[in-house]
Design a protein around this ligand. Structure first.
Ligand SMILES: Cc1ncc(COP(=O)(O)O)c(C=O)c1O
Length: 355
C-alpha cells in the first residue's frame, strides 16, 4: 500500500495532447501536460506539487551543473484495451533511485512523493499514454542538486522532478555493437551501478567513435583488463549460448537493470538454464566460431529487447544468426509486451495499476 501523498495540484487550462499523435512521436521529444516537483531544504522534503509542464528559471551556479549531483530513473506506463493505465515494476525504480541517491550523497526520496506523486501525475496525464501495440508513456524521475554556490561539496538543497513523454519503438532495426577495449564506462568502487548523469556523459564520445565505424552502440568491458563484457549502451547484455542463457553477473560496474531481472525471471520460469557470471570476449568469440552463439541482445526499459545482429571486435566483425531464428528473445519480447498491455495474466505481479 502506497501512503497517500499530500500533493498540491494545479491543472493545465489548455491540454496540448490533441497537438500530437501520441502513438507516433519521436522518443523523448514531446512532454505531457504536467510535471511533479518536490523540493528538499533544511534537511527535509517540502510538499510536492503537480503543475503544468513548463520551463523554469535556474541559476547558472546551480551545483548539479558543476559537480554532477544529478541522478535519474526511467520506466514506462502502458494502457490496456480497457483504457486502464499500469506501470511496469515502478517500486524497483524507486528503490534504485534511492541507491543512486545514497551513493551520490543526495537525500533519499520518500515513497509517498515518488510513488504517490507518480500515481497522481499519471491519473492527470492518462490521455498521453499511447494505445498502440509498442507504445508507452516513458517516465523520467530525476533528482538534482540546486544550491546556488560554486565550491565542491554536497548540496544542501535539491529538487525531485518527474516528467513524462509518449514513446514508440526505441530502435527501429536490430543493432550492430562494437566491443570497446580502450575507453571505460565504470570502474570498481565507482558509480557504474547507479544512474548518475555523469555515467552517460562519459559514454558519448566512445559511442560517437563507434557510430563513425558503422555501429549503433558499444559493449563496455571491464576497466582493468578489457577482457570481460559488462553492458551495452543503456542496456544489459544477454546471450543464448547453446541452450544456456548467459549474462554478465551484476557488480558495482554494472547497472542492475529491471528488464534484465525480468528476462531472467521469465527464463527460469520457462525452465531454461540461466548463468549469471563473468562473460569474457574470448568465450563469446569462441561460441561464435563454434556456431553455438545463437542469440545476443540488449535489454532495457527504452528498447525492451534490442536484437544484436553483429559484434565488432578490434578490426573484425562477427555476424550473428538472423533475428527470425531467435526463439528465446522473440518470446521474451512478446511476453513482456503482453504482460504490459494486459493481454496475458500478470502472474509475477509486475504491473502496478494507477487507480
Ligand atoms: C547503463 C544502463 N544499463 C542498463 C539499463 C537497463 O536498465 P532497466 O532495464 O532498468 O531500464 C539502463 C537503463 O536504465 C542503463 O542506463
Amino acid at each position: 500500500m502506497i501512503a497517500k501523498a499530500d500533493i498540491k495540484i494545479e491543472k493545465t487550462t489548455h491540454s496540448r495532447v490533441t497537438e500530437y499523435d501520441v502513438n507516433n512521436v519521436p522518443f523523448g521529444k514531446c512532454f505531457s501536460d504536467h510535471m511533479l516537483v518536490a523540493e528538499y531544504a533544511n534537511g527535509q522534503w517540502e510538499k510536492a506539487s503537480i503543475m503544468p509542464y513548463k520551463d523554469v528559471p535556474m541559476s547558472y551556479a546551480m551545483s548539479a551543473l558543476h559537480y554532477g549531483q544529478a541522478i535519474f530513473e526511467g520506466m514506462k506506463a502502458y494502457k490496456n484495451d480497457n483504457g486502464e493505465v499500469s506501470v511496469f515494476r515502478p517500486l524497483e525504480n524507486f528503490k534504485r533511485m534511492n541507491k543512486s541517491a545514497i551513493r551520490m550523497a543526495m537525500p533519499e526520496v520518500p515513497e509517498e512523493i515518488f510513488m504517490g506523486g507518480l500515481i497522481e501525475l499519471l491519473k492527470l496525464d492518462a490521455s498521453w499514454v499511447p494505445t498502440s501495440e509498442t507504445g508507452s508513456l516513458y517516465i523520467r524521475p530525476f533528482l538534482i542538486a540546486t544550491d546556488e554556490a560554486i565550491g565542491v561539496k554536497a548540496s544542501d538543497t535539491y529538487k525531485f522532478i518527474i516528467i513524462t513523454c509518449p514513446a514508440g519503438k526505441y530502435y527501429s532495426e536490430p543493432i550492430k555493437v562494437l566491443i570497446e577495449t580502450n575507453y571505460i564506462r565504470a570502474v570498481e568502487g565507482g558509480v557504474g551501478f547507479v544512474k548518475a548523469a555523469g555515467n552517460y556523459g562519459r559514454s558519448l564520445y566512445p559511442t560517437r567513435l563507434a557510430q563513425q565505424k558503422g555501429y549503433q552502440q558499444v559493449i563496455w568491458t571491464d576497466g582493468k583488463t578489457h577482457s570481460f563484457l559488462e553492458e551495452s549502451g543503456t542496456m544489459n547484455l544477454i546471450f543464448l549460448i547453446d541452450d544456456t542463457i548467459v549474462t554478465p553477473a551484476l557488480s558495482d560496474t554494472i547497472l542492475a537493470g529491471i528488464t534484465r531481472n525480468s528476462v531472467l525471471a521469465l527464463a527460469k520460469e520457462w525452465g531454461m538454464k540461466v548463468e549469471e557470471r563473468k562473460v569474457s570476449i574470448d568465450e563469446v568469440l569462441k561460441a561464435h566460431a563454434d556456431g553455438i552463439l545463437k542469440e545476443a541482445f540488449g535489454v532495457g526499459t527504452a528498447a525492451t529487447v534490442a536484437q544484436i545482429i553483429g559484434i565488432g571486435h578490434v578490426d573484425n566483425y562477427y555476424p550473428l544468426p538472423p533475428v527470425e531464428e531467435r526463439k528465446f528473445s522473440t518470446k521474451v519480447d512478446e511476453t513482456l509486451r503482453n504482460i504490459r498491455k494486459g493481454k496475458i495474466e500478470d502472474t509475477l505481479h509486475w504491473m502496478f495499476k494507477v487507480q
